[in-house]
Design a protein around this ligand. Structure first.
Ligand code: XUL
Length: 537
């Protein structure tokens, strides 16, 4: 058992901000005592990012700054010191970061990490260690050619997906590395180590090259989910000499090291353990309390996302889903839809409604919408891949505001169910989060379509909270007092979630509606420019 009053810090370096959540453990329970966030654009304007991204003339290119992430880490510790926390009680730290982004370091990095001078600012010490000043991030879509080349060289999209959990995706690290190696061969040759954002930040904390966990490594198109090691056919297909430049791998529960002198001296911190970092999606899984197969998470935000633990790494033959490692040591499936809030807002605005009006429209219309259907592709969609935007309607009057509101909500929910079928999970509960989860009528549709209880889980920052819980879990395991993930989640003090139960009759009706929707989607997809990206090819 850790001493009562022990503190656990979880960090999350997302696209736009760095967040920190501190948990205090006491009597087998733990509660959040601090939750802060700093926006890169606002706190560090000298890097010139917009929403955390560096400006670029090519709209397909999205890059950010490793020096900025490092400076933010320093700044967040300075902010934590202002929080009236007794940081001498800090037992362990873990973290997560936006997935897929890569940081390129030269041969001096190992020694550089070990000898950071607490008297000097971090960025000026980090810049000389970089072999590439910028880091490509997950919003980049410039690597179409590299994706095709890697798939071809690794034996096809299907084989790549079977091993790594995903066909080649533009934003994944492997295609990004290939582009860099091809376009800037000298800088690639000068690269000694390629970190993900998560392992780069963990390395700064421990003062040595930190390992990658299976959660984040699986976002690279390089990692074999079956062997939990690099998959050499993909590594070889990606870039010359790449194997030697990849970080070590370690289970999510591993301790990467202790907090280095830089942090202990500069921020007067104790010799806290640093647990291996992970990607923000695996970390959010924990933050939302999803630790066993059967639980699903649905995040209704800018994009809609469905994800959940899987005992074994089953992959999506449809080519849109991903499998990552889960912090529990098992796996997680995830499917992302680009038409989330954007589509809901389009419908709301088109009919001049407020959100209250949107809810009233749902109340005023029958579940199943008298058979009216919509395909909610207001902007280009990624699940399924639809390049030509525009909503499609079947037996739905475009002028009927209420029916269109119900149609968009039912369409999005049925799409969530259809495109998560590949995970092959018997769903017993759905944890819903994100802005639109505040709408009870939407949660009812979710419960009816999935035939499962829906719990509305509202946490400030799920990824940072998940990282703090991971720090606690790793510390206990390292101290010889391991606790089950279910107990870690049960021990978290939270306001009890709102629970919405499914209606049996509606569930039956939605089963039939789902078959019609799938048929409509298949037909429209084929007719109006679905892009052929199945891994069956
Ligand atoms: C997941 C993905 C995003 C980033 C955002 O595949 O690209 O969710 O992790 O932070």
């Amino acid at each position: 058992m850790a001493a009562d009053g022990a503190l656990y810090l979880g960090l999350d370096s997302s696209t736009q901000s760095l967040s920190a959540v501190v948990l205090e453990a006491s009597g087998g329970r733990h509660r959040a005592v601090c939750d802060i966030s700093l926006s890169f654009d606002e706190a560090l304007p000298h890097y010139g990012t917009r929403h955390g991204v560096l400006p670029h003339t090519d709209p397909a290119v999205a890059q950010s700054s490793p020096a900025m992430w490092a400076e933010a880490l320093d700044l967040v510790f300075a902010r934590l010191r202002e929080q009236r926390l007794d940081l001498r009680r800090l037992a362990a730290i873990s973290g997560s970061a936006q997935q897929h982004g890569s940081v390129y370091l030269n041969g001096g990095a190992g020694r550089g990490f070990a000898t950071l001078d607490p008297a000097r600012p971090l960025p000026v010490q980090i810049v000389p260690l970089l072999s590439r000043s910028v880091a490509p991030i997950w919003m980049d879509s410039s690597t179409q050619a590299e994706c095709r080349e890697i798939e071809a060289a690794a034996g096809g999209a299907s084989r790549l997906a079977r091993h790594t959990g995903s066909r080649a995706f533009e934003r994944f690290t492997g295609p990004q590395v290939r582009r860099f190696a091809t376009r800037e061969p000298a800088a690639y040759a000068a690269t000694d180590r390629i970190h993900l954002v998560s392992s780069f930040l963990a390395s700064l904390l421990v003062g040595t090259h930190a390992p990658l966990d299976p959660g984040d490594a699986a976002g690279m198109n390089l990692f074999d989910l079956a062997t939990l090691d690099w998959w050499m056919p993909a590594v070889t297909a990606t870039a010359p000499g790449l194997r030697a430049k990849l970080p070590a791998l370690a289970p999510s529960v591993a301790i990467a090291g202790g907090l280095s002198t830089y942090w202990r001296t500069r921020h007067r911190l104790p010799d806290a353990k640093v647990a291996v970092w992970s990607g923000d999606n695996p970390s959010s899984l924990i933050g939302l309390g999803l630790v066993r197969e059967g639980q699903l998470g649905v995040s209704l935000g800018t994009s809609d996302t469905i994800f959940g633990p899987m005992r074994t790494p089953r992959v999506d033959a449809g080519g849109t889903g991903h499998v990552f490692g889960a912090p529990t040591g098992e796996f997680m499936g995830i499917t992302v839809f680009s038409n989330g809030s954007l589509a809901r807002e389009r419908v709301r605005d088109r009919y001049g409604l407020t959100w209250e009006g949107f809810s009233s429209a749902l109340d005023a219309t029958p579940p199943g919408n008298d058979g009216a259907l919509m395909l909610p592709w207001f902007t280009p969609e990624i699940t399924p891949v639809v390049a030509t935007p525009g909503a499609r309607r079947d037996r739905l009057d475009e002028h009927d505001a209420a029916a269109n509101v119900r149609a968009v909500v039912e369409a999005q929910t049925i799409a969530l169910a259809l495109h998560s079928q590949w995970m092959d999970v018997a769903v017993d509960v759905v944890h819903a989060t994100g802005g639109a989860a505040a709408n009870r009528q939407i949660l009812q549709v979710l419960a009816d379509v999935f035939g499962a209880d829906v719990r509305r889980v509202e946490v400030g920052n799920a990824a940072a909270l998940g990282a703090a819980l991971r720090a606690l879990h790793a510390d206990r395991a390292d101290s010889g007092a391991a606790i089950d993930w279910a107990d870690v989640i049960a021990g978290l003090e939270q306001t009890p979630p709102e629970v919405v139960r499914p209606n049996r009759a509606h569930r039956e009706m939605y089963r039939a509606q789902r078959v019609r929707y799938a048929e409509f989607e298949r037909k429209e997809y084929a007719r109006t420019g679905g892009e052929e990206r199945s891994v069956h090819s």
